[in-house]
Design a protein around this ligand. Structure first.
Ligand code: ZN
Length: 225
């Protein structure tokens, strides 16, 4: 039986095997008889909930039905044109340092799985690691204070710093902080994403644009005499 691997939009399992339900009924040939597409329902091997895929046979090798192919049917024979529901992204923003990205991705996966306490704690960890990385420290004893310091140096925009003052996850009274509920966990993740973008993603993107602009203008000016 054919299957494919995706991150489950229901339970958040990463690279979960989705097995097709009765594929033979859903395969169809297009009008020109050359390309083939299929609309199939497949079920997550972790939570057993269904996802609808619109697949296109990409013409490599003989046309084969998903049920005839063993293991992961992509990308050799089929491409996914559409998927419902979509798998939410669990990737950290571009240019996020590896350790920070790993904590944030874990938080995003916990959010998909609706594990709010884990999601909130991991988002807080990603914030802590991002600030430690930026300040070149091993530990950040006070997250709000560190954010305000970075605001003064212009490395955190004012709106992010103002927002940080009201984010429950940034409180320092760790022993007495209430458990993360859904609202607090989502808030912590949204703030972590915005902070990480302002610390790492935007500065790198702007540096790249500036570099391209400088290279272009030096080409236009030509070598100076
Ligand atoms: Zn699942």
């Amino acid at each position: 039986m054919g299957s494919l691997l995706i991150d489950c939009p229901h339970c958040g399992a990463s690279n979960s095997t989705f097995k097709f339900e009765d594929p033979a009924r859903h395969i169809r040939k297009s009008m020109d008889g050359k390309s083939n597409s299929a609309e199939l329902i497949a079920h997550c091997s972790h939570c057993h909930r269904g996802v609808m895929f619109h697949l296109k046979h990409n013409g490599n090798g003989p046309f084969a039905q998903p049920k005839d192919l063993a293991g992961d049917i992509l990308p050799n024979h089929w491409s996914v044109l559409k998927q419902f529901p979509e798998s939410p992204s669990t990737e950290a923003p571009p240019h996020t340092p590896d350790k920070v990205a790993s904590a944030l991705s874990d938080a995003l996966r916990s959010r998909v799985a609706r594990i709010w306490q884990g999601a909130g704690m991991l988002a807080r960890k990603a914030i802590e690691m991002a600030l430690a990385e930026k300040k070149g420290l091993n530990e950040i004893p006070n997250l709000k204070k560190a954010i305000q310091e970075l605001r003064k140096s212009g490395e955190v925009p004012a709106y992010v710093a103002d927002w940080g003052e009201h984010v429950t996850a940034l409180g320092n009274d760790a022993a007495h902080r209430p458990e993360f509920n859904e609202k607090e966990a989502k808030e912590a993740i949204e703030f972590a994403e915005e902070l990480i973008k302002s610390l790492f993603t935007r500065p790198q993107q702007i540096a790249l644009v500036r570099k391209q602009y400088e290279e272009k203008s030096s080409e236009e000016t030509g070598p100076s005499n």
